[in-house]
Design a protein around this ligand. Structure first.
Ligand code: UTP
Length: 416
C-alpha cells in the first residue's frame, strides 16, 4: 500500500489534486486501498483536458454542411416487403448471427429510483420490471426463431452488483443464464468549477459513468467484442433500458438493415412538434449525424419539405443496429468519441471534511454519446416507425416521460 500511496500522491501533486488525499490518515485500511485504486485508475491528463474544454460550445458541428438524411417509412413499405425483411431477420437470428445489447449503466438521476433503472416497476398490471419486459421479448423471439439470443447488459461500477443480484433474485426471468453477460463501462471523475476532482466522502472520489458512447471501449475492454466474434455474430442491436416499448429483437428491422448494405441502422420516429427535445438525424458533411435539440436553430427546427413534412423530423430514440465490423472501426485509430459536458449537482467534502449538499449545480460530468459514432460511416439505414408502438420513455419521476406516461403508452400499444 505504501508504494501505491507514493504513486497516488505523486499523481495528485502533479495535477494539483492533493486534496484527494487530505483525509487519508483518517481512513481504515480497506477504504485507503479503495481510494488509492481510484486515484491510480484516473486518467488525469484526460480529466485536465476535459476540464479545460468544459463549458465551451461543442465544436463537432462547427462549420459543417447540414442536409436532410434519407429514411424509409415502415408504414409505407407494405406487408409483403416487411414480411421479406422479417424472414431475413428471423433466418439471421436462427443462425445465431444476432445479439442484443442493453445499455443500463446510466445513473437514472431524474427518476430518483433507489437501484438500477432496469429494476423499476412502472406499475403495469403484471408488475414486470424494465429488465423483465426486455427479457420477455427476447424469450418470445428466441422461441420463435428456435435459438436463444445472446443478451449483453452494460452496467456501471455503481450499479453492477445490484443489477446482477436482481437477475439472480428473479432467476434470470427464466432465460438461459448462459446467454446473458454483464459488462461494466468506464467511469470518469466529476470536476468542480475550480478544476478540482470531487471527493464525495473522505475516502471516495465522485465518479460517473462515461456515457452510452462508452459502449465501444467497454465492449473491447471486457472481451465482449471477442466473445461476439467467436460466436459468429454479425449484427448487434443496441438500445437503452428506459424505453418500455423498445423492440430489441425485431426481425423486420434486422432484415431491413441487413438488406440495406449499410454497416449501421437505426429506428426513428417523427418529432411531435418543431421544438420537441429530441436529437434529430441529418447528414453532416455527407455523413450520418444526430444533431441535439440544443444545437438546432429555429429555422432548421421548423423547416418543411414540399409535402409539409419536417426536413429534420426524424428523432433518434437509442434504437440502433451495428454490424460487428462497425465495432472494429470504432476501436481503430479515429481517436475515440468526443466527451460532452453536463453540469450537475453533487455532494462533496469540503476542506474541513464536512459533507456539503449544494443547492445548485456545482460540478462537471463528462459523457460520450453513442450517436457520435454515426459520422464514421458513409451511410445509415433509417427505419421510421410508429411512435405509439415503439417509444415510451421513463426518464422523470413525474410529468413528461415518467412511469405514469410510459404505463399509459404501454397499455395502449398493440404489440406489448
Ligand atoms: P439517459 O442518459 O437518458 O438516462 O440514458 P440515465 O442516465 O438513465 O438517467 P439520468 O440522465 O441520470 O436521469 C439513456 C440510456 O443510456 C444508458 C441508460 O442506462 C439508459 O438506458 N446509459 C446512459 C448508459 O448505459 N451509460 C451511461 O453512462 C449513460
Amino acid at each position: 500500500m505504501e508504494k501505491n500511496y507514493e504513486k497516488a500522491y505523486a499523481l495528485t501533486k502533479k495535477y494539483g489534486q492533493e486534496h484527494l488525499l487530505s483525509f487519508y490518515d483518517e481512513l481504515n485500511d480497506d477504504v485507503k486501498a479503495a481510494l488509492l485504486e481510484q486515484i491510480l485508475n484516473i486518467d488525469f491528463e484526460l480529466s485536465c483536458e476535459l476540464y479545460k474544454n468544459a463549458g465551451q460550445a461543442s465544436d463537432i458541428s462547427e462549420g459543417g454542411k447540414v442536409e436532410p438524411i434519407g429514411y424509409k417509412d415502415k408504414a409505407l413499405l407494405g406487408e409483403d416487403v416487411l414480411k421479406v425483411y422479417a424472414e431475413k431477420g428471423n433466418a439471421l437470428m436462427s443462425d445465431g448471427r444476432f445479439a442484443a445489447v442493453t445499455m443500463a449503466g446510466g445513473q437514472g438521476t431524474r427518476l430518483g429510483h433507489n437501484g438500477p433503472k432496469g429494476t423499476y416497476d412502472i406499475g403495469l398490471p403484471s408488475h414486470e420490471s424494465l429488465f423483465a419486459i426486455q427479457c420477455r421479448r427476447l424469450k418470445t423471439q428466441s422461441e420463435k426463431c428456435g435459438k436463444t439470443i445472446p443478451w449483453y447488459i452494460m452496467t456501471s461500477r455503481e450499479n453492477d452488483a445490484a443489477t446482477k443480484a436482481f437477475f439472480e433474485e428473479h432467476d434470470y426471468f427464466g432465460y438461459d443464464r448462459d446467454y446473458i453477460k454483464f459488462f461494466v463501462q468506464s467511469m470518469l471523475p466529476m470536476i468542480d468549477f475550480d478544476g478540482k476532482i470531487v471527493l464525495e466522502s473522505k475516502g471516495k472520489i465522485k465518479e460517473g459513468a462515461d456515457g452510452h458512447g462508452g459502449l465501444f471501449s467497454a465492449m473491447i475492454k471486457n472481451g465482449i467484442y471477442d466473445d461476439m466474434k467467436a460466436k459468429g455474430i454479425k449484427w448487434i442491436f443496441v438500445g437503452g433500458i428506459d424505453n418500455v416499448l423498445l423492440k430489441l429483437c425485431d426481425p423486420a428491422f434486422l432484415g431491413f438493415v441487413d438488406e440495406s448494405g449499410c454497416g449501421i441502422g437505426a429506428k426513428s420516429l417523427v418529432k411531435r412538434d418543431a421544438r420537441e427535445k429530441v436529437g434529430v438525424f441529418c447528414l453532416m458533411d455527407g455523413k450520418p449525424y444526430v444533431i441535439e435539440y440544443t444545437e438546432v436553430s429555429d429555422e432548421m427546427a421548423e423547416a418543411r419539405d414540399e409535402n409539409g413534412e419536417f426536413l429534420y423530423g426524424d428523432a433518434h430514440i437509442l434504437c440502433n443496429m451495428f454490424n460487428i465490423s462497425a465495432f472494429e472501426k470504432m476501436t481503430g485509430d479515429f481517436g475515440g468519441l468526443p466527451y460532452h459536458t453536463a453540469i450537475k449537482k453533487t455532494n462533496f467534502v469540503n476542506g474541513d471534511g464536512e459533507i456539503v449538499v449544494p443547492d445548485k449545480p456545482n460540478a462537471y460530468k463528462f459523457e460520450a454519446f453513442i450517436f457520435d459514432a454515426f459520422k464514421y460511416f458513409d451511410s445509415m439505414a433509417i427505419l421510421r416507425v410508429e411512435r405509439s408502438e415503439e417509444f415510451a420513455p421513463v426518464k422523470n419521476k413525474d410529468g413528461e416521460d415518467s412511469p405514469a406516461t410510459a404505463r399509459e403508452l404501454f397499455m395502449n400499444a398493440v404489440d406489448k
